[in-house]
Ligand binder design. Structure first.
Ligand SMILES: Nc1ncnc2c1ncn2[C@@H]1O[C@H](COP(=O)(O)OP(=O)(O)O)[C@@H](O)[C@H]1O
Ligand SMILES: [Mg+2]
Length: 352
């Protein structure tokens, strides 16, 4: 079965072909080891009974080797919980995790973790120690060579600040030190939870370049963010979480294919375009009006913008406009932004 076909079987999910760098899609199928992370129906429920809350809901993640995988979702959507499950820091309620082709179980965990570097939630590092002293702790703990530590500091460009106390570091420097700690063991898989949090645009750009160059060397990078902007330009593959569910997995281009262009209706009498005119018109396949009845019509300067109408519905709308005597000066499609597509997928969660 082809890679795309297999991915397509993932429940109701939008499908994926994986981009370069790395092997062609066919090769990935041929060599299962080229899938670095694969989860099956991965689920984590916190609490019991009435208080039970499912933070991660039947996730099927597929992360091929050598990509930057951007893991996006609003705050509270389950990103950190997923990452902790991948690292064995939390035990799944149900479902499974495979890393480098092996199940993440008690027998394999130690060997698997030796191949992974991670930074979850807050950047680590003791404020009362210098960057170099913090790195020395990591070095001792993991039995690393001095050269590995030096290289990690160099990669995140902290070499010249190594002898400063970490509490005097900027947020960006703390994040970079955290990344250096995760990188020092030269991991095959790097898991970074919101490493661009609190960084200015220049800091974000630096991390973006670093992660992309690591992926270029074959390191697989799983990086989360609640901000689309921060991750969009570095990620070859995007996974989008909404309330614990993976609502999309694929490339940016594939995501854009879910975009349904808005309809722009130019009229001197926008007030005549009553929401009732849209009654029963229905949405479209994929990205369409939210089932919760969220407004699909927004006033603009020149008329109204209508979101998510399929061609048949447009034809019907035109008939209704004519019947109501609404003067239509212009009717045109306008592409959605990537941000709009996200909004649709995450149910209009504004953080994205
Ligand atoms: N240890 C925990 N106990 C109970 N609920 C938790 C715990 N960790 C996370 N949650 C809940 O799980 C949901 C997902 O949280 P999290 O994975 O931190 O989301 P994100 O990282 O996307 O912001 C949230 O509702 C959060 O409150
Ligand atoms: Mg989080």
């Amino acid at each position: 079965m082809s890679w795309a076909a297999r991915s397509g079987m993932l429940r109701g999910m939008h499908t994926v072909t994986f981009p370069r760098p790395g092997p062609a899609a066919g090769d990935v199928v041929a060599r299962q080891t080229d899938v670095v992370v694969a989860t099956h129906a991965l689920t984590k429920t916190f609490g019991r009974g009435a208080a039970a809350r499912t933070a991660v809901d039947r996730l099927d993640l597929v992360i091929p080797r050598g990509v930057v995988y951007g893991f996006l979702g609003p705050n509270g959507s389950g990103k950190s919980t997923t990452m902790k499950l991948l690292l064995g820091l939390l035990t799944p309620t149900s479902g499974s995790v495979r890393l480098f082709g092996s199940p993440l179980d008690r027998r394999h965990r130690g060997a698997l973790m030796a191949r992974i570097g991670s930074m979850i939630e807050q950047p680590p590092g003791y404020g009362h120690l210098t960057g170099a002293e913090n790195m020395r702790l990591v070095q001792r703990m993991l039995g690393l060579r001095q050269a590995q530590v030096e290289r990690a500091l160099e990669l995140v460009r902290l070499t010249e600040h190594r002898d400063r106390l970490v509490r005097t570091y900027s947020m960006g420097m703390k994040q970079r030190l955290g990344i250096a700690m995760a990188l020092a063991r030269e991991p095959e898989l790097l898991i970074l939870d919101e490493p661009t949090n609190g960084l200015d645009p220049a800091g974000i750009e630096e991390i973006r370049n670093l992660l992309m160059s690591l992926a270029g060397e074959g390191v697989t990078v799983l990086v989360s963010s609640h901000l689309l902007d921060e991750i969009d330009r570095m990620a070859g593959v995007l996974g989008i979480l909404s309330a614990g569910r993976l609502v999309f997995q694929g490339t940016r281009a594939e995501l854009m294919r879910h975009s349904v262009p808005d309809l722009l209706l130019v009229t001197p009498r926008p007030q005549a375009v009553a929401p009732g005119l849209l009654a029963g018109l229905g949405g479209t396949e994929g990205a369409g009006p939210a089932p919760d009845g969220r407004s699909v019509m927004t006033p603009t300067q020149a008329g109204v913008r209508i979101h998510g109408l399929a061609p048949d519905a447009v034809a019907e709308l035109v008939r209704r406009l004519v019947a109501e005597g609404v003067p239509v000066h212009e009717l045109r499609r306008e592409p959605q932004s990537l941000e709009d597509v996200f909004m649709d997928l995450t149910g209009g969660a504004r953080v994205l």
